[in-house]
Design a protein. Sequence first.
Length: 284
Amino acid sequence: MVLSALWGHRNGSSRRLLDSLGFLDREPLDAYRAQEAEHLTAQHLIDFRKDPFVFRKRQTGLLPAEKAHDHDVDRAALVLTLEGQQEYERQFISGGPVNPQTNEPYSIYSSEYRDWAAGQDRTVLTNEQAQTVEHIDYGVRMHAEARKLLANGVAQGVVRCEYRGMACQSRLDWVSPSQGLVGLAVCDSLSWLDTTLRIGGFVHRLAFEHGLIAQITEANLPVHVIAVEKRAPHRCGVWFVSGRLVQKARKENDQAIDRFKHCRDKDHWPTGYETLRVLTPNGL
């Protein structure tokens, strides 16, 4: 699918904006997160769709925020694969002190290691985690279709705009004038990825980003997913997300945004369990 066919309806100004990626903000992750309270993000919308009541409790600090399993590994893999070695080493560190008596690294459970880790100004990865990140990066770089998608473009650019009456923002994994929008998914196995992408919120996140870009540039970008396993054998695969699925997810996102605004305006965040339910025997 060629982008010229998708972008033919754009005017000259919109085309120049997209071709130059001039609609993107470039900023550190901390600066992006500092504005999350004033902007609706894809993750906010995913959490809201799961459970408005729990979402609101976490938003107001009445419930602890969930931390995804191996979040540091996923984020480090994203940085190394999309932003490169220099940025990876600026944000992450591994290794640790060596026991002079054994000439072996101290255990990560030792006080020496904990003291060393506490003194770092970067996110600390264990040696095992760092090796996993390197395997993920290698898996992507060895995949011909993945290399093609990442040949040119911008990693971690930020898009902000008003969408459906809401101030919205998203930090894009990768966007390219020649290849469109690309998401990098780090997963346990590619075998169930088709289902995971649909029900886990990843496609809806990309659809959210697709909508924001279209709001600014009027472009109907193609969307791809690069997925790589964090476990051996660290297989990598590339998926084209059909336009029908993107539009379906965008419609569902739009409906969720409208529900979100209604909950916010009424300050009513339903649990989904407000009405009487009936418990019946299995099979009946």
